[in-house]
Design a protein around this ligand. Structure first.
Ligand code: ADP
Length: 499
């Protein structure tokens, strides 16, 4: 159901767009080419602002600044404790500006403002705090050598990092990449997705106020095949941390291989299964399944897009899921009654609708939804398909929208086998009261995160990333720091050792 749109008393004032230029070496500057591109509000289809369009030459300038800051600047050389204090200040500034940042993400990406203020922005600020606290706890080891040698390891920052992020969680992705890299003592440039550059530029401004030295953090909005590709093939970038599609992940890896063999980490697509057993609390399971596919309008790489329900409760589950999906409120992301905003941009909206058409053509049955909705903007009804076969395109490919494939299974072994029958391995969910089933299934599924009787339960301390073609490397947790560090062994002879 559609919320009745603009209800001005509930409306948050959309902020004036203050930052539209590239952020290089501590200054907002135009692109060398002078070019700009439009960023569009998916709720209306209207242009919000024109943004400086970074390309190869701008990436070069940002890398020069980051290289200088790494090779000669104080950031990698100051104590971890001092770095932590500055990162903590950055977090405080993010918290103070959380409403404005959430509004930028809402207007740029169609994200619910209520989720932005309750979830994305607090999580973003706390991610900076978490890594601020880690920055003075990066330790090496003392090694037991088998000869008269003393040896220890240093964990040093990897160098200049290029972060490339997608458009679905503009603020949270920024923190997930930038915070651990800053804590490690790296310098960096970040390319936000071309669809959602606004919050990243605001963060750039706050980083300067926080006291992050010039050149340490550069932000270059621009397109993938130009600015993004320039980052991946740059000879003077030491690491690329990428989140996006599996197809582009492959290009990132190729570019790294053919340039300077830079280290890369890839957080890619998913087609995550949610397995619901006969003994589940059905209402809780229905809630989890809908949350799993409708949160952030399905634009989340861990979306529970394949829902397997055991045969004993299948019919009741289908009935309840349909009832609940039909009451779901789709509408203006600034309206507090909305449960689902518009898809982030036109091409994505069209891609989702074409998957829905494909599903119908392949013989799946639409239980609910399946249509665009609203008078303008890129809204899609919550959509559930039943009678889905494992080999259908809608069950195999990542749709990245509010489209669930609901399937029936008989035994646990069958569920495990079907859940694993995908090239992806990002996440999985299990709903059961049986501990043995939960334990067996969690160990049998090849995915980077397993949620038992919950779904998308993220935390900054909980590592997150893929198995198989969902990529490699982990975001969040202390594991993420490892991506931005490298190990150096230091060895010296030891004379007259008493032991
Ligand atoms: P999605 O399918 O989620 O839009 P993409 O993988 O296309 O994901 O985009 C994620 C990020 O990767 C964006 O910042 C985009 O600009 C960037 N990107 C797209 N193509 C390339 C490329 N060839 N090289 C580097 N980055 C790219």
């Amino acid at each position: 159901k559609m919320s009745n749109g603009s209800n001005s008393e509930n409306h948050v004032k959309v902020p004036k767009i203050k930052f539209t230029k590239l952020f290089i070496n501590g200054e907002f500057v135009d692109a060398v080419s002078g070019k700009t591109f439009e960023t569009i509000d998916p709720g209306t289809g209207e242009v919000i602002a024109r943004i400086a369009e970074g390309d190869t030459e701008d990436v070069d300038l940002a890398v020069k600044a980051a290289r200088e800051a790494f090779d000669h600047g104080k950031w990698p050389r100051m104590s971890g404790f001092e770095r932590g204090k500055i990162i903590m200040k950055f977090a405080d500034l993010i918290e103070e500006n959380a409403e404005e940042l959430a509004a930028l993400d809402s207007i740029d990406a169609g994200k619910l403002y209520t989720s932005g203020t309750a979830f994305d922005l607090p999580f973003t600020a706390d991610t900076f705090r978490y890594y601020a606290g880690a920055s003075d706890k990066i330790h090496g080891e003392t090694l037991k050598m088998s000869r008269a040698l003393q040896a220890y390891t240093l964990r040093e920052p990897i160098g200049v990092v290029g972060h490339i992020i997608p458009w679905n969680f503009p603020s949270l992705m920024f923190s997930m990449k930038v915070a651990p890299a800053l804590a490690a003592g790296c310098t960096m440039l970040l390319k936000p997705a071309e669809q959602t550059p606004l919050s990243a530029l605001f963060f750039a401004h706050l980083s300067k106020l926080a006291g992050i030295p010039d050149g340490v953090l550069n932000v270059i909005p621009g397109f993938g095949p130009t600015a993004g590709a320039a980052i991946c093939s740059h000879m003077d970038i030491d690491k690329v941390s990428f989140t996006g599609s599996t197809e582009v992940g492959r290009l990132v890896m190729q570019a790294a291989a053919t340039s300077n063999l830079k280290s890369i980490s890839l957080e890619l697509g998913g087609k995550s299964p949610l397995i619901i057993f006969n003994d589940a609390d059905i209402d809780m399971a229905v809630d989890l399944a809908l949350f799993g596919i409708l949160f952030n309008k399905g634009e989340i790489c861990v979306a529970g897009s394949r829902v397997y329900v055991q045969e004993g409760i299948y019919d009741e589950f289908v009935k309840k899921a349909a009832e609940k999906a039909r009451t779901w409120v789709v509408g203006d992301p600034f309206d507090p009654r909305s449960q689902q905003g518009p898809q982030a941009f036109k091409k994505q909206f069209e891609k989702i609708l074409s998957y829905i058409e494909h599903g119908k053509r392949e013989g799946a049955t639409l239980l609910t939804g399946g249509n665009p909705c609203g008078e303008r903007g890129y809204y899609i009804e919550p959509t559930i398909f039943i009678d889905v076969k494992e080999d259908m395109k809608i069950a195999r490919e990542e749709i990245f929208g509010p489209v669930m494939s609901l399937m029936k299974f008989k035994t646990m072994d069958e569920a495990i086998q079907r859940a694993n029958s995908t090239k992806y391995g990002l996440a999985a969910g299990i709903v059961t009261r049986d501990l043995n089933v939960a334990n067996t299934v969690s160990r049998s599924i090849r995915a980077g995160v397993i949620w038992i009787n919950c779904y998308m339960a993220f935390d900054k301390d909980c590592p997150y990333g893929g198995y198989k073609m969902s990529g490699f490397g982990r975001d969040f947790g202390l594991h993420s720091l490892e991506k931005y560090l490298q190990v150096k062994s230091v060895v010296t002879p030891i004379y007259n050792s008493p032991w």
